[in-house]
Write a protein that binds this ligand. Structure first.
Ligand SMILES: C[S@@+](CC[C@H](N)C(=O)[O-])C[C@H]1O[C@@H](n2cnc3c(N)ncnc32)[C@H](O)[C@@H]1O
Length: 139
């Protein structure tokens, strides 16, 4: 069976100041193996490369099923797209299947390319292109 998947990430919308505060707190808690955060910083870029929009979505405490999607270094089987609906102040971060997904297959996407903490949290994506650590950026 092939899935036709479309989902939106729901979570708290944070100011950048609050996102930075929480990220520091989550990094400390991450030393405990049982803690997992779901704070995503989405940046939209102009063709010049400059960021023109930043959205901080924290689904750690309140969110929907999309908060359980793990990272894969090979890009996974989902793509993220910012979708704008007329009348909405902010775009929504939506996930679309980027390839055929078999029943029971784990849903994954790439959390990003940058790793500012080379000895950061270990990545267990298991893909051939796994870099060994999860993506990390200065928030
Ligand atoms: C959005 S949550 C994903 C769901 C999470 N695994 C859970 O069970 O709640 C993001 C967190 O999951 C963990 N995670 C996601 N992808 C991972 C991977 N490839 N390897 C190791 N941990 C991962 C990290 O702790 C990360 O901060």
């Amino acid at each position: 069976m092939l899935l036709n998947l479309q989902s939106t990430l729901i979570g708290e919308l944070l100011t950048t100041k609050e996102a930075r505060r929480r990220q520091q707190m989550y990094d400390k808690l991450a030393s405990d193996d049982h803690f997992s955060s779901a704070l995503l910083v989405v940046r939209e870029h102009l063709p010049s490369g400059n960021a023109c929009l930043r959205i901080n979505i924290d689904a750690t405490k309140a969110g929907n099923v999309a908060r359980f999607i793990n990272h894969s270094c090979d890009g996974g089987n989902l793509s993220t797209v910012l979708v704008r609906s007329s009348g909405a102040l902010l775009p929504r971060l939506c996930f679309f299947a980027s390839k055929d997904i078999k029943e029971g297959e784990e849903l994954t996407f790439s959390y990003g390319e940058i790793r500012v903490q080379p000895k950061g949290s270990k990545c267990f994506c298991g893909s051939f292109s796994c870099l060994g650590t999860l993506p990390s950026e200065h928030t």
